[in-house]
Ligand binder design. Sequence first.
Ligand code: PMV
Length: 284
Amino acid sequence: MIASAPGKIILFGEHAVVYGRHALVSAIDLRCRVEVKKRSEFRIFSPLGLTGLDLKIHPYITFAINRFCEFKKIEGAEIVVKSEIPIASGLGSSAAVTVATLKALSEEFEVYLSEEEIFEIAKKVELDVQGRASGIDPFISTFGGSWIFPERKKVELPFQFFLIKLWERSTKAMVEKVANLRQKYPEIVEKIFDSIDSIALKAPNCGAEEFGELIHMNQSLLRALGVSSPEIEEIVSKLEKDGFRVKLTGAGGGGCIFGIFSGRKPENSFLVRPEMEGVKIESA
Ligand code: PMV
């Protein structure tokens, strides 16, 4: 059984969304495909390596299997992962592999979980691995489309985006960094979250020019939260000098930066489009 799920970009609202604020998020046309076959033991094969159940190398898949076993105890499976989504780059590769694994397990072992159930289990898996999370990644990987989250207000985004991949980093570490800053300066950080919230809510009604201004403002607020860096700011400034508006997407500290594609894109960038389809079966 082969299932696939999309990656995502958070357009506005990362980090603030962990503390109950809104985010604007869109699935993108890069997918992770997971094949599951019944076997007598567990074998997981991915670009990260070949292992059995392994919380170090394959934490999301291993926790997904553990959580799936709460629905149906299984003795083994071969799991093969092929992904177009860059790893540890803020594009939702972990959630996509989790959601696609759960869907493929659910069909292969005839449990037939609903999308809502897959989302709920994937959210638990994310918490198992990361300790603190908003659930935005499993949500978008499961349902696809573009949304104001956590409200579940569907929106249409008439844009294509360019993405520049920086370097890999840990979401968990960046989420912890913001948690520490909030603990130290609660009254200041909460107001930064409120500003980010207003940006996320305003964005769906904006044309390209205003959207670009919101990108610029949100990037400045991410910098204030401590999830940018001098290296990232240098790249952002250079792109701004060239007339682009860009911001980090996802946890920051590296990962990816994005901007709206208006016929021109920076060197070393690639284009993505909003993707309507969430998790699905590719073939039996
Ligand atoms: O970097 P990513 O793609 O894992 O996105 C993390 C988004 C955060 O808001 C920083 C955390 C969360 O769970 O919402």
